[in-house]
Every structure is written in C-alpha cells, then in structure tokens.
Design a protein around this ligand. Structure first.
Ligand SMILES: [Cu+2]
Length: 643
C-alpha cells in the first residue's frame, strides 16, 4: 500500500495520464471498446442515459423501464413546513391514491399508499465475458447487462421478480436490499435462510413483494459472492420529496473491481488470503494501466460520463455495490447536499465528500454552479490506510461531468479538495449528521445483547466467529434446509453454525456489536428492518446515545476495524437497536463479500410463533423440492458460508 503523497498507476504509470489512465498523447476522453464489449448491453454511465422521472412512474404501465415522464404525479402533494427543521417542502401521501390533503402535516412520518400496481421484471442471471476497465474477465450479468437493469416502482406498488438462473453449474437467488418484506419474508432472496437456491440451466422463481420503502437501493445475488462478479443492479422507488431538485440523474454505482472471477477470490479468502481489489468503477466503467496485468487488456476502455445543466439542481443516487472497499465520493468544485441515507430521508446537510461502505446508499443534490463549458472530475476514492484492501494500482474511480457547452471528449483538469485525513477515516459521516426527517426517539430496550466478532483459526483457516450468549460459531448455511422454512414447519432445532438468535417476546432489541479484527471494517446490514445507530467508538461504550430523540437510522452502518496500540488491540463497537415488529428470519451480517463468505453472519429469528401463522406461498417449498432433486445428482461445491 502506498503512503502519502499517493502515487498510483503501478509499473506503467509513466505511460498514462493520471488520474484516469488515458494513454499519454491521446489527449481526449473517449472509449477504445465497441459498445457491448465493456458492459454488455448496460447503458449506465453513457452520456445519453435517460434521466429518471421527477414525479414517479405513471399509474397505467406495468413497469417503468422505458423511462416514461409522468404526466400525473403518483401522489397527492401539498407544501408544508416540517417541525424542528429548516423550511422545506414535503409531499404528503395518504393511504389511498385519490385522497388529498390541504393541511400542514403534523410530522414527516408518512403512511404508505396502496397503489394496486404491480411492476414486473424478468431477471436472467448468466455468465458473460465483460471488460469494465478494459481487462477481459468472466463476469456475471443480469439480462446481458453489467451493471444490471433498473428496477423502478412507486412507493406502495408491488414488484414481481421473475428470476431465471442461466448459470450452468451453480444455484442463484436475488435479494432486494433494504425492503421490509413484511408478510413476504420468504421472498427476501437469501438462500439457506429464506429459500433454496434456484437450480441452474433455466430454473425459475417468481418473487412478489411490496415496494414498502422509497428512495435508492439495489438488488443483488445473495448466493456466495456472485454479486461481486457483477450480478446486481439499481432499484429506485419513487416517493415523497422533502428537497427540491430539477434533474434526477439516477444511480451512480460505486464498486471496487477485481480481475479474477468470484470463485477464485472466495477460494483465496477461505485459505486466509483476502484478495486486494485491482480497480474501482463508477457505473461499471474505468480505465486501467494495462502493463500491470498479464490478462487481455485494452487501454482507454472508457469512463462514465454525466451531463450537468447550469444552475439546475441534480439528484445523484449513490450506491456502494462493491465487494470490500469504503468509497469516498466527491465532485471537484461542487458541494454535495445529503438528503437520504439508505432508505431514510434525512435533514439535509452539506459536505465535500460522502463516505459509503458496502451496501450503503446516499442521495445527494448537486447544484450546477460551474462554468457552462466546464468539465469536472467525479471521483470515488477507496478509503486509505486500513479502510480498504487494494493493490495500489488504481484505487480511485473517475467519471467526467460535462456542462451543456462542454466538449464531451475533453479531459477534465480539475483538482479535488478531499483531504488525506478524510480519505483515511474508515467510518461513516458523523452520527450528529443525517438525522431522519421522520423523528423516532430511541426507546428503552427490553433486552441488550453483546455480540463479538473475532477473526481466528478454526483449525484449518482463519475465518470470522460470531460470539454471544446464543452463538459461538462461524456461520455456514445449508442450501437444502432454509431456516425460515424450518421455522414455518415448527421445527426449532437449528444447527449451531446457523447462528440463530431468538429474542423471544422482547419488543425492543439493543445490540452491542464489537469488532476485534484489525484489518477491514464491517458494514453491518440487518434485513427486514432499519435500525437506530446509538453510538460508535473504540473500547468501552460509556452509555452516551447520539441524538436520543432522533438518532440516525439506516439498514447498513460501518463497524470500524479494531486499533492496534502498544497496550494491545482496542476493539471497536457500534450500538444499534431495532423493534421486533416483523416476523421472519432476518440476517444480520457484514456486507463485505469476503467476510460473509468467511462466516460473519447471524440470523435473528423474530417471533417464530407468528411465522407459523403466516400464509406462505407454496412455490418456495416447491423450489426446495427442485433443488433437492438437482443436488442429489450434483452436490454444490460450497467452499464458503454459502452467502
Ligand atoms: Cu466484515
């Protein structure tokens, strides 16, 4: 790893112009690869990529993939003033789509409308040769696209995934990140937990669930580390606005990138060698200084490009869809106003750089205050020091932002104001920022549980262990025996390595998560819930809650790496809290692909007696019959936890 001042580019850095590795003398920012070679059929990052609709999808279409402009807003709207906040405009939705209101809303906690619409998406998961940064590799695509196609809905719609597994010798499953999946927990998309995998060679599975949150998210394979090979895409749910913008630029997908296929990387991980990332991408694109690899490599593959319009406010939907890296997002010469974290609208705050760990999303508004012929670098830099494991060749993803009068092949010459100290901070933005628009106070917990994450040997390999009063194991799932379906059948005998935790009838659960590992943090993600983030730090928690009247809430939060000092290792902690209001089996896990493979995963068994009362769709049981038949002849080569 380089030390400041950072020098990247590896052995061939003199042949290329930093920061985007354009071959010297080329003088312009274009692409050497024909359409299709780089990202399959994906349109992300292209200049003519359609804008997203400002006012949601029309009510008369069954899906929104043609990017229609809505003539009728999907929500009755009204302007009002939110208490305890700056003057902002909030759209109020009511439980029926035809109702309207002219009153000032009492709070920003809104009820989900019942739209009666289902948006259908066919999703084919397959292997495909791609070259996102010019280096050819065997990747995974959705519908021939990397990154995958957009999934869009209005808040309160239903979403139907019709998933087909076009892989040839392994299962798959798609998870829609961040939704509550209330009364549909069997469609949460996690194999070995909620369902059996979908069989290869054309096996199918239909999943119907509610767009019960609004904002920015993504869907991804949850089978081993398939998503790190490219099996993911953006999921945008349109809902009420609390901050005005003129243009919805759409998803800006940030992703550390590897030149080996995912199975090779998982195999290395399980043998104690966490793989360093080789590059970093914005919307699936970046250049690479080719002399650093012996793989087939085309210089100047092409970076993503975005159009800005002078004086307008642009919404950018940032998503960290990577395997390992902490992303530090910025645009040279522009300020970012954060308006949502994960699926939670927040009181706006401004910053020059946003930190996203894996799985997190941040919606930012960027006002186009630059020159009308300006060209600016958009950057997503991997966190330095011990935040991220990369090989030091190309950890900084670049994309170009062009104003209306700019030459759209010009190489920006702008500089970043993000400091070395900001880059080396391995935690999320301060908990004093990003307070939710909808205020919920931190309740007194009915139970408190401490969970320690230890990186140690199981006798063969170094892997992650989950230690608490109810668990003492590295997680390993059984694809043929999903926990949720066992709970539905009333069988409460779970294998110790499934790390099942049952908090009984406790209404509010506070978790004290402690990381003893020195290398790499853990972006902790809870399915089926948002959680309050009460505090974070090192050593002992002193009991102080940040903003107890309205703490940060989200579905992923970064648990930092432990500190190595002369007095020994000082572990890091986060304190989170959630309400047991959603019967199901909900994974709580680190979102780093390699840490999940290495077992940093546990399952909250929430109100099992209510799970038994739920009316499961039969197709989830039939899927297991198909998987059992398939695996009787073709046992899967499960070298990791399975997830
Ligand atoms: Cu982790």
């Amino acid at each position: 790893m380089p030390t400041p001042p950072f020098e990247y580019g590896g052995i061939s850095k003199d042949m290329y112009e930093a920061p985007a590795w354009v071959p010297k003398g080329h003088g312009k920012l274009d692409t050497s690869l024909p359409k299709g070679r780089q990202n399959g059929n994906s349109y992300w990052g292209e200049l003519n990529c359609p804008r997203l609709p400002i006012r949601g999808l029309p009510h008369n279409s069954s899906n929104g993939s043609s990017y229609p402009t809505a003539t009728h807003p999907p929500y009755p709207t009204v302007s009002g003033t939110v208490s305890n906040s700056v003057n902002i405009t909030v759209s109020v939705s009511t439980v029926t789509a035809t109702a309207s209101s002219t009153q000032t809303p009492p709070s920003a906690c809104l009820s989900m409308p019942d739209t009666g619409i289902t948006r259908t998406y066919e999703m084919n998961v397959a292997y495909q040769t791609i070259a996102p940064d010019g280096v050819t590799r065997n990747g995974l695509t959705i519908n021939g696209q990397y990154p995958g196609p957009i999934v869009e809905a209005n808040w309160g719609d239903w979403i139907l995934f019709k998933v087909t597994n076009d892989l040839t010798d392994e299962g798959t499953a798609l998870h829609a990140h961040g939704l509550f999946q209330t009364t549909t927990s069997w469609y949460d998309g996690v194999p070995a937990v909620a369902q059996c995998p979908i069989t290869p060679n054309g096996g199918t599975f239909d999943m119907l669930f509610r767009a019960d949150r609004y904002g920015t998210s993504w869907y991804h394979s949850h089978y081993s580390a398939q998503y790190s090979g490219g099996a993911h895409g953006p999921m945008i749910i349109y809902g009420p606005k609390h901050a005005e913008y003129d243009i919805d630029v759409g998803p800006v997908i940030l992703e550390d990138w590897f030149h080996a296929d995912y199975f090779t990387l998982v195999n290395a991980t399980m043998n104690g060698r966490f793989p360093p990332s080789n590059n970093n991408l914005i919307n699936g694109k970046m250049n690479y200084p080719c002399a650093n690899t012996t793989l087939p490599c085309e210089p100047n593959a092409g970076v993503s490009k975005f159009k800005f319009q002078s004086g307008k406010k642009h919404l950018l939907r940032l998503i960290n869809a990577g395997a390992e890296g902490v992303q530090k997002f910025s645009i040279d010469g522009h300020s970012l106003t954060v308006i949502a974290q994960d699926f939670v609208p927040v009181n706006p705050y401004s910053t020059n750089v946003v930190t996203l760990s894996v799985g997190q999303r941040t919606d930012v508004i960027v006002e186009a205050t630059g020159e009308s012929d300006g060209a600016y670098w958009m950057r997503s830099q991997l966190g330095t020091q011990r935040c991220t494991l990369n090989d030091g060749v190309s950890p900084n993803a670049l994309a170009a932002v062009y104003y209306e009068d700019a030459d759209t092949n010009a190489i920006p010459t702008t500089e970043t104001d993000v400091t070395a100290e900001q880059l080396s901070t391995c935690k999320n933005d301060p908990l004093t920022e990003g307070t939710p628009l909808c205020k919920i106070a931190v309740a007194d917990p009915s139970t408190i549980e401490k969970i320690d994450f230890e990186f140690r040997s199981n006798g063969t390999n170094f892997i992650w262990f989950v230690e608490s009063s109810m668990t003492n194991s590295s997680y390993r799932g059984d694809y043929n025996d999903p926990i949720l379906l066992q709970a539905k059948n009333g069988d409460l005998q779970y294998k110790p390595e499934w790390n099942v935790m049952d908090f009984g009838s406790n209404e509010t659960v506070r978790l004290h998560l402690v990381n003893h590992g020195l290398v790499g943090g853990h972006p902790m993600h809870l399915h089926g819930h948002d959680f309050h983030v009460l505090a974070e730090g090192f050593g002992e928690w002193d009991g102080t809650i940040i903003n107890p009247e309205n703490s940060v809430r989200r579905d992923v939060h970064q648990l930092q790496n432990a500190r190595n000092t002369t007095e020994g290792v000082i572990p890091s902690f986060i304190i989170i809290q959630f309400t047991q209001d959603n019967p199901g089996v909900w994974p709580l896990h680190c979102h780093l692909a390699w840490h999940v493979s290495g077992g940093l995963f546990l399952n909250i068994l929430e109100r099992p007696e209510d799970i038994q009362k739920q009316d499961f769709d039969q197709d989830v049981f039939e899927l297991c019959d198909l998987w059992d038949t398939y695996t009787a002849e073709n046992p899967p080569n499960q070298i990791d936890s399975g997830l």
